[in-house]
Design a protein around this ligand. Structure first.
Ligand code: NG1
Ligand code: MG
Length: 534
């Protein structure tokens, strides 16, 4: 299984690029990073960690934290972190100097205090928070207080090509890259490094699990889709990732590029140029969705007669499993049972639909009503649902969010079916692309109206894409800004980009490289790896 493979480690860039399924055209970035590292820290880096961003080309938004399978792929854009140990002086253990090639992100120094605490500022977006988040997990996993082995002081230098705040998961790429860099520098990735402490090579599943925990330190209670994509992805495939009962990943070929360059279709990423600052707005956006779906799950369970413990944070996935009698400790999900379950839940969820309507909009419920429906008293509700997260809302949309989750999870499965059928029959043409495109567009409508994670610019950009000839178009990532993804005929890409440029206001004055930075075709790339430069 893909998740049990070791993290690939290379000693030369040619092998590394072959593994990425991409040409050597970024080698300059690696070289430059090494040179800059030497210039700033006076020695060569011992290790360079690479972690890609991810693009959900297909449906599957805002369902991973409810443990539903999704379908992301990595992109070629990535974060590179060069690092090297520094000799310890005095009793300073594990202190870090972190620099970034991007001048706006200034030099930072920090040291973990005893019991490995690092201060992470959650009210402000700071680049080094993501470096600290990765370090936190490594310290707490591998350096138990009282152990003789101490973390080594480290210098590190970061560079990145994933645009931040654009739904391409620069955050997960940073956290995965940082986790991997700190593991490597402390000799914990494999047994071949000069400082090896690892007894066996680190596997991809363990890195995903660590990175998921680590990313929560920044204050966003995300699911595991981005970290899984950034670590496990393989070139030219998408990953079907399931989280229930356990993390599992299956590579699925995306029908798309033809070998002849004709008759295929490609995924085009277009940045709305609205920056979505997820950590700063978490309490009214992302984390609120996490709490709304969790509360919806408890209330749904009660209404459907599903058992739920008083302090249990049951997910929508577990409600379904218990209703269907699915095993909660099996190795993997039974796809046919899963499909039937989702079809049923998309109907059962109607029991959450509120009575009242205002100006044609479903009213959500107030905190008091939500607590009452949960069957818990206020103190217990707050303890289970609000003690670990900050949210702000007058009304909570339980029905809309739960409905989005079950239907979106079903679209993921339908997309997977179309891909598998196309791969086994060897036919991928306009009919298949239109089926995929329709699922993408329906996903966008649901993100916009039920999950309410879109914004006017994203709605406009997806509408423009459809008018410009895309088979389908949708928001990618958490939303509230960031990128869209559209499926477009391979031989009509230039025409498509020209039409979008003419119609989308913020693109009108962009030319050449500046335009290519905001709208571009993407190819699935492979996941995290490392290099020990020779
Ligand atoms: P982005 O916005 O790309 O970081 C976020 C979450 C995912 C998932 C998507 C929505 C993080 C790291 N990732 O992605 O887990 O929930 O939103 O589908 O916050
Ligand atoms: Mg992110």
């Amino acid at each position: 299984m893909a998740a049990s493979l070791p993290i690939p480690v290379f000693t030369n860039l040619e092998d590394l690029y072959q593994n990425l399924g991409t040409s050597l055209n970024h080698a300059e970035r690696w070289d430059n990073l090494s040179k800059e590292f030497k210039a700033r820290f006076g020695r060569a880096p011992a290790y360079i960690a690479r972690a890609p961003g991810r693009l959900t080309r297909v449906p599957g938004e805002h369902i991973d934290y409810q443990l539903f399978g999704c379908f992301p792929a990595a992109i070629e854009h990535d974060i590179l972190i060069a690092c090297a140990p520094r000799s310890p002086t005095g009793n300073s253990h594990g202190d870090v100097v972190a620099e970034n090639l991007y001048p706006k992100y200034t030099r930072q120094g920090f040291a973990p205090v005893r019991q490995w605490h690092l201060d992470i500022n959650r009210s402000e977006l700071r680049w080094e928070s993501y470096v600290k988040a990765g370090y936190y997990g490594v310290l707490n996993h591998y350096f138990a207080p009282g152990e003789t082995e101490q973390p080594i002081p480290v210098d590190l230098l970061v560079t990145g090509s994933v645009p931040p705040g654009s739904g391409l998961s620069s955050s997960a790429a940073m956290v995965v890259g940082s986790t991997l860099a700190f593991l490597a520098v402390n000799g914990l990735v494999d047994d071949s490094s000069s400082r090896a402490r690892a007894t066996a090579p680190l596997n991809k599943g363990s890195l995903v699990e660590m990175a998921m925990e680590n990313e929560k330190r920044v204050g966003v209670n995300s699911g595991g889709m981005d970290q899984a994509a950034s670590v496990i992805a393989l070139a030219n495939s998408a990953l079907y990732i399931s989280f229930f009962p356990k993390l599992a990943a299956e590579t699925i070929p995306l029908p798309g590029s033809s070998t002849s360059g004709k008759g295929g279709a490609v995924f085009i990423c277009a940045n709305s140029l609205v920056v979505s600052d997820k950590a700063v707005h978490a309490k009214t956006r992302y984390n609120l969705r996490v709490v709304e779906t969790l509360a919806a799950a408890r209330i749904l369970a009660r209404r459907l007669g599903v058992k739920v413990g008083p302090s249990e944070k049951i997910t929508l996935r577990t409600v379904m499993a218990r209703l269907l009698g699915e095993p909660e400790d099996a190795q993997s999900e039974d796809v046919e049972v899963y499909r039937k379950g989702l079809e049923r839940m998309a109907k059962e969820v109607e029991c959450l639909r509120p009575e009242g309507k205002k100006d044609g909009e479903e009213l959500g419920v107030t905190m008091e009503t939500m607590v009452e429906w949960s069957g818990l008293d206020k103190v217990a509700f707050e303890q289970v649902y609000l003690s670990w997260v900050e949210v702000e809302a007058t009304h909570f949309q339980l029905y809309k969010r739960a409905k989005h989750v079950y239907e979106e999870a079903l679209r993921v499965l339908q997309f997977r079916d179309v891909c598998l059928a196309a791969a086994s029959s060897g036919t991928a043409g306009p009919t298949v692309f239109q089926q995929l495109g329709d699922l993408m567009s329906t996903s966008h409508v649901s993100c916009s109206s039920m999950c309410e994670c879109s914004c006017p610019e994203l709605d406009e950009l997806t509408a423009i894409a459809l008018k410009a000839g895309a088979y389908g178009s949708r928001v990618t990532g958490a939303g509230w800004g960031g990128c869209t993804v559209s499926l477009v005929d391979e031989d009509k890409v230039d025409e498509f980009i020209a039409k979008v440029k003419a119609a989308y206001g913020p693109y009108k004055n962009l030319e050449g490289g500046a335009l290519r930075d905001v709208i571009f075709a993407t190819k699935p790339s492979s996941g995290a790896c490392g290099e020990y430069p020779r």
